[in-house]
Design a protein around this ligand. Structure first.
Ligand code: SF4
Length: 403
């Protein structure tokens, strides 16, 4: 799987967080312990799928060659949703019976916790169904698996719900069973961005909205589709993840996320130290810590002494100060800084795009020496710069520095 891994959002996130955990999960396919909130989310998603399925009117998807598949029905041919003539969701009783059958007790920490989740699920599904009956959406797909190649990166994902909008576009809806959810999450969600790419790769209709639906409050948090400014950096990051997987770069990356990782027992970051080596290693760590403290103390003292020497040398106008064993020589380093946001428009207005080839001060200073630029332009560029001066001390051997 590693060579040409097809990335889902969760596999991408897992690799970013810890490549070794990705390897355990996706390459070695080691199971994780069940967790109640994941089990709960899966059960609720499966019931929602059944609840919505009667409302689905499929829409043609692109074929590989760009051809549209034959559409089974078109919304324009279907009875108008919401006016009582269209397909209806299953009854509340049937839905709750389905919920009971789908219920799974795996991963809850106590019977009380399980019962709390179970009654939460009943409550939110009942309210969701009532909303659905009053104001039915126009789904073209539920729990749909989509794949595409995103400029060379194979990606895939399951879309909870894909709706037709009144204007004829598409709305991607992702259900969230979490306690809290904000609009900001919908606006910045990489998961929704990836779903947009998947839908655009498979459907002809434009994506008009990206929605996170908070199931506990039935609040839709809606965001606009992403443009290149958001998608390009995500594509870049996903490309780096794909490269890392291809190159089998699976270094452990410990952090707070280790607290919920099921692989700590086999992870080298948490490997037990053999009893015989414990005392020796502990004393090395203690010595290392003490040296670090000493290093910090010396760094502070060094900076204060250099500053004091500098102040005295400034007052006396000196550059070389002899000590008992060495001579301290004061040196200066000059650097320039240019605000690119000011320089770039100046250059582009006067000389066209492409003249400023990099973003460093050296790139700007190269322009200042470029005889093909008008002197007036070079003067204006030079005026934006600020000069930085840094003094530092070097020690010379007293004998070597001579009389
Ligand atoms: S314990 Fe931490 S470092 Fe080790 S695999 Fe899990 S997440 Fe990665």
């Amino acid at each position: 799987m590693a060579a040409g891994a097809t990335l889902s959002y969760s596999s991408y996130r897992t690799y970013l967080e810890c490549p070794l955990r990705w390897k355990y999960l996706y390459l070695e396919r080691r199971p994780e312990l069940p967790r109640g909130y994941f089990t709960f989310g899966r059960v609720v998603h499966s019931v929602l799928e059944e609840l919505l399925r009667p409302l689905v009117v499929p829409l043609a998807r692109k074929r590989d060659g760009g051809e549209a598949q034959t559409t089974l029905h078109r919304w324009s041919d279907a009875p108008e949703a919401g006016v009582g003539a269209g397909p209806a969701p299953i009854s509340e009783e049937a839905m709750l019976a389905l919920y009971d059958r789908a219920w799974n007790s795996e991963g809850y920490t106590s019977p009380e916790e399980e019962e709390r989740y179970r009654s939460l699920g009943r409550d939110l599904l009942t309210r969701y169904r009532a909303r659905l009956a009053r104001d039915p959406p126009r789904p073209v797909a539920v729990e749909e698996h989509l794949e595409t190649r995103w400029d060379g990166i194979p990606v895939h994902g399951y879309i909870d719900r894909l709706d037709r909008t009144p204007a004829g576009g598409l709305e991607i809806v992702d259900y969230k069973t979490s306690r809290e959810l904000s609009l900001e999450e919908a606006v910045s969600s990489d998961q929704l961005s990836l779903y947009q790419v998947l839908v655009e790769g498979n459907y002809r209709e434009p994506v008009e909205r990206l929605t996170l639906l908070h199931l506990r409050s039935l609040t839709p948090h809606q965001a606009r589709p992403r443009g290149p400014r958001v998608l390009e950096p995500l594509h870049q990051r996903m490309g780096e993840v794909a490269d890392g997987i291809r190159e089998q770069a699976f270094e452990p990356t410990p952090g707070r996320h280790c607290a919920r990782c099921d692989f700590r027992e086999i992870c080298p970051e948490f490997r037990e130290i053999p009893a015989a080596d414990g005392p020796r290693l502990a004393s090395l760590v203690d010595r290392f810590g003490a040296l670090r403290d000493e290093e910090r103390r010396l760094e502070g003292e060094l900076a204060r002494t250099a500053a004091e020497l500098h102040q005295a040398a400034e007052q006396l106008g000196l550059h070389r100060v002899p000590g008992s064993h060495a001579v301290a020589v004061r040196r200066k380093e000059v650097s320039w800084q240019y605000p690119l946001e000011a320089v770039r428009p100046l250059v582009e207005r006067a000389a066209g795009p492409g003249r400023l080839t990099g973003e460093s001060a050296d790139d700007v200073r190269r322009l200042l020496r470029d005889p093909s630029l008008a002197p007036e332009l070079r003067r204006k560029i030079a005026e934006t710069g600020s000069r930085r001066l840094r003094w530092y001390w070097e020690l010379e051997d007293r004998d070597a520095s001579g009389p």
